[in-house]
Structures are given as structure tokens and as C-alpha cells.
Design a protein around this ligand. Structure first.
Ligand code: F6P
Length: 528
């Protein structure tokens, strides 16, 4: 129950599964036509049937000479056209030949985007920040992300920054997402207010599939970086969505290594036999945990602070993909799909929610460890170096979960009788370990692709569409109704109407208590 591929070891021996179970899961995979579905994805078939789209994020990291077709057209040359354009543009910004409106180099980047246009790039940025090679390339530069429509996020992002040295990258697949577009208009106002409206052309660029709306917004189409409708938002970190901001920060050569890491897993996923296929094994075991054993959650526990944004990214990849109630043909499912993903880096999580994992609910855990620290620390006279101290916990926790501690053991240790029930650990709590030989751009790409494909495997087995996200629409449209009401009440004093009793009461209260908000305000930007 251990497999190894290209610097990564997976140990799944502590799952609640025997070799026989895994054999049965292979049979399940066969019955669900898993191999065929993987091939259909790689072949550019329109497997996202509710949106009539193919699912080709693997093409985003394919080598230049690869051939991957969508509708009979090889998409790889288009991918590389954009990558070449990003390389050229990011080099110009980084070497100071592209300057801002007042002639100053643009050393700060704010990437505006939300969901898939934010979480993946944030994860990769956070992981690269402490990598010695990447951080050398990022010297003197700063990359920030503005996601939340909460004006506090604007305040936090622009605090201490001058528009003169800032480049804003508006990242939105659709270029219609309410939060992103309001934040983009806000930073456009921030730039215009200080440097005049003509400065926007030098200080704002865009990443989108909707180049018409980019132009309408006022961004020069030459400064727009395209991607395609066959890239799902949460699978877009390897498109210009991630590649542009990350190349601006770290240089294209680092980002290319990240793409190569992801590509190595793509090849492994599409060609390795199931017994040796890391994403397939992980996906099958997740199906086992969720659908057969009934465990609704999964903890993602990287023993690396550099991976602190990994769990938040996988939350979207997994829960937006597999949190579905009907099959791909629209038939209500007689079983649960998806799992509740959460996590924190170790050892922080140990001092937070591990109590529940050890003695409360059963939560299958993914322990992710790294052999060589990005930032080793050795202290003279210490028992072990700092990374070994971290990794002592990485190796100990899975065994604590698996073996537990019995009442007999506690008795032998002379534990007071009344404390024995409290100090007993049931054991037999499932976990798996993923050990990476290092954590550089290449490995970060591998880790990303492993989880992307694992989620796809789960969806393929469950027979759902892992690539649409209709569940996010209803809340968005109800917010439109509230937005209209707030405008009508603030500008014309209209009473709250058309909502249920609860919402009417709360909205009325909100309006009453904020009656000092101006009806037709002048632009006001945060100052902290
Ligand atoms: O939350 C819904 C969603 O559509 C995500 O799937 C997507 O990643 C996010 O919104 C942002 O969308 P866009 O990139 O179009 O702004």
C-alpha cells in the first residue's frame, strides 16, 4: 500500500481498507468506466455536458510540441502563444522597460479575482514565497490578492502602496463577477484619482476569456491575456490566471517549472496502471471513505507552512466540483457525493481541531510532508533540527490515529481509573501520507495536479459532472434583488418590499441603522 512516482511517495496503508478492498475499488472503477472517462477528458470531449464544454486544463501545462484537440483543433499552440506573451510582458515589467504613467517601475502587483481566479494563484504564491530560488527572483517585488468585495480588503491591499508603482491585474474568466468588477472599478478609481484617467492603460491589465468586456472596461486588448472556456475557473491556475501574476512576481522560468511539475502528473495520471496511479488511488480511497464508510469530511494537513493556502484552494477544487445532488444525466443520487474539505498546516492544526479527529468524529486525514525544508534551521545543542521537529509530528500523528491507546495500556501506566475513559484513543482512524522530496515550483505543480485529478476521479466514479457549478447561482441572483432594494431605499426612500418576513425585518433594520450613508456619494477610498 505504497506507491512512488517522480519524487513523491504515497502511503495509504492506514486507510480502513485492505488489499481486497482496493481490488474491489478497481472493479468499481471498471464498472464506472473510469479509464474511458479519463481518456475522454484528455481527448477534449465535451464531458462538461451541462455547459457543453470540454475540460482541458491539462493542455495548459502540456509541452510545446504536444497535440491536444478540442473540437478537432490542437489547442496547445494557442496556450503557448499566451505563455510567450506573458513571458515577454512580465520580463518587461520586471526589468523596468514597462513603466507606470510617471515613469516609475511597477514593483507591486495587485491581482483582483475571486474563487478560481484567486485561490489557486494564492496557494502557489504562498508556497513559492519561501522557496530560496523563487524568492531570489522575487526580490524587491510584491504580489497581493484582492478577492473579497468587502471594502476592508481594498483597504488592506492599497495600504502603504502608491498607484505610481502598482500594476493591477484584473482576473476574471467571465469578466462579469460582481465582486471582481466592483473591486476593479474601485482600483481604477484609485489609480485615476492620483494619476489621472489616462494612467489606467499603463497600470491595469486583464486575464479573461471575455476580451470584449475587457475592452469595454477600458483595458487595452493588447494588455489582455486570454484563456478559454475549456478551462474551468477552479482549474485555471495553470492558465494566465495564475501564470501572469506569478510570472510578474517570480519570473516566467520559475512558473514554467511549476507547469512542468503539473504536466508530469498529467502524464502519470493518463498512463500509469491504476495500482500505481497516485490520483486514481487517492480518488478511489476518497470514494471508499465518503460513500462506503460514510465519513463526510477530509482533513488536508500539510506539514509545511508554505502550504498554508493549499487546503483553502482544494476546498474550492473539491467542493465546487463534487458537491452535487444529481448524476450527470440529472437523476437525483441515492448516495452522498463530495466531502467537506478543511485543513491547516501541522503543527498548528494539532493545537486546534486534532482533538476532534483523535477522539471525536472520524475524519480521514491527508498528511503531506516534505523531506527537505525550504528554510532549514539548525541550532547548536538542540536534539533535532527545526524541520526534524516538525516532521516528528508528521510521522507520529498517523500512528496515533491508527493505533490509538487502550484502557489496558493506560492501566499499565498507572493512570487514575476515572481518567482512563478520557485518555483512551479508539484508534483505527484512517489517514494517508504523501511525502514530497522537496517543495519547489516543480513539486508544487505536482501536488496541485494530484489533487485536481483525484477530485476528477471521484466525480467520474460517482457519475456526476465535476466541472459545472450551478449551485453558486441562486445566491448570486438573490443578491441582485437585494442590491436593487438597497439602491431604491437609499436613493428614493422606498420601503423594503418583496422579501420574506425575516429578510424584510433584517434589511429594514440595516437601512435604519445606516441612514447616514449618503444617497449619491462622491468617490471615497479607504485610508489606513
Ligand atoms: O463561485 C463561482 C465562480 O463561478 C467560480 O467557479 C469561479 O472560479 C469564480 O466564480 C470566479 O469567476 P470569474 O473568474 O468568472 O470571475
Amino acid at each position: 500500500m505504497m506507491v512512488e512516482f517522480d519524487g513523491i511517495v504515497l502511503d495509504y496503508s492506514r486507510q480502513q481498507a485492505t488489499v481486497d478492498t482496493v481490488d474491489k475499488l478497481y472493479n468499481l472503477a471498471e464498472a464506472a468506466h473510469l479509464q474511458e472517462k479519463i481518456h475522454r477528458m484528455f481527448n477534449g470531449e465535451r464531458i462538461n455536458s451541462t455547459e457543453n464544454r470540454s475540460v482541458l486544463h491539462v493542455a495548459l501545462r502540456a509541452p510545446r510540441n504536444a497535440v491536444i484537440n478540442s473540437d478537432g483543433k490542437n489547442v496547445v499552440p494557442d496556450v503557448w502563444n499566451v505563455l510567450d506573451k506573458i513571458k515577454e510582458f512580465s520580463e518587461r515589467v520586471r526589468n523596468g522597460s514597462w513603466v507606470g504613467a510617471t515613469g516609475k517601475p511597477l514593483t507591486n502587483v495587485i491581482a483582483i479575482g475571486i474563487g478560481g481566479s484567486f485561490l489557486g494563484p494564492l496557494f502557489v504564491h504562498t508556497a513559492l514565497q519561501t522557496d530560496p530560488e523563487a524568492s531570489r527572483f522575487a526580490k524587491g517585488r510584491q504580489l497581493q490578492f484582492l478577492a473579497n468585495v468587502d471594502p476592508i480588503d481594498v483597504a488592506k491591499n492599497i495600504a502603504g502602496l502608491s498607484p505610481e508603482t502598482t500594476l493591477v491585474v484584473v482576473v476574471s474568466k467571465t469578466f462579469t463577477t460582481a465582486e471582481t468588477m466592483l473591486n476593479a472599478r474601485t482600483l481604477r478609481a484609485w489609480i485615476s484619482k492620483e494619476l489621472g484617467p489616462s494612467a489606467v492603460a499603463k497600470h491595469m491589465v486583464a486575464v479573461s476569456t471575455n476580451l470584449t468586456l475587457v475592452e469595454k472596461f477600458g483595458i487595452d486588448p493588447n494588455n489582455a491575456f486570454a484563456f478559454w472556456d475549456w478551462v474551468g475557473g477552479r482549474y485555471s491556475v495553470c492558465s494566465a490566471v495564475g501564470v501572469l501574476p506569478l510570472s510578474l512576481q517570480y519570473g516566467f522560468s520559475i512558473v514554467e517549472k511549476f507547469l512542468k511539475g503539473a504536466s508530469s502528473i498529467d502524464q502519470h495520471f493518463s498512463s500509469a496502471s491504476f495500482e500505481k496511479n497516485i490520483p486514481v488511488l487517492l480518488g478511489l480511497l476518497s470514494v471508499w471513505n465518503v460513500s462506503f464508510l460514510g465519513y463526510p469530511a477530509r482533513a488536508i494537513l500539510p506539514y509545511s507552512q508554505a502550504l498554508e493556502k493549499f487546503a483553502p484552494h482544494i476546498q474550492q477544487v473539491s467542493m465546487e466540483s463534487n458537491g452535487k445532488g444529481v448524476s450527470i444525466d440529472g437523476v437525483p443520487l441515492p448516495f452522498e457525493t463530495g466531502e467537506i474539505d478543511f485543513g491547516e498546516p501541522g503543527t498548528n492544526g494539532q493545537h486546534s481541531f486534532y482533538q476532534l479527529i483523535h477522539q471525536g468524529r472520524v475524519i480521514p486525514c491527508d498528511f503531506i510532508g516534505v523531506v527537505k525544508s525550504q528554510q532549514p534551521v539548525y541550532l547548536e545543542g538542540e536534539v533535532v533540527n527545526n524541520h526534524d521537529e516538525l516532521m516528528s509530528n508528521f510521522f507520529a500523528q498517523p500512528d496515533a490515529l491508527a493505533y490509538g491507546k487502550t484502557a489496558e495500556q493506560l492501566q499499565k501506566e498507572n493512570v487514575q481509573q476515572h481518567l482512563i475513559p478520557h485518555k483512551t484513543f479508539s484508534g483505527n482512524r484512517p489517514s494517508l501520507c504523501i511525502l514530497l522530496s522537496s517543495l519547489d515550483a516543480y513539486r508544487i505543480g505536482q501536488l496541485l495536479a494530484i489533487y485536481e485529478h483525484r477530485v476528477a476521479v471521484q466525480g467520474f466514479i460517482w457519475g456526476i459532472n465535476s466541472f459545472d457549478q450551478w449551485g453558486v447561482e441562486l445566491g448570486k441572483s438573490l443578491a441582485t434583488q437585494v442590491r436593487k432594494q438597497l439602491n431604491a431605499s437609499r436613493t428614493k426612500g422606498e420601503p423594503v418590499e418583496g422579501f420574506n418576513f425575516s429578510t424584510t425585518t433584517m434589511l429594514t433594520r440595516y437601512l435604519e441603522e445606516s441612514s447616514d450613508v449618503p444617497a449619491n456619494p462622491q468617490t471615497l477610498l479607504p485610508r489606513i
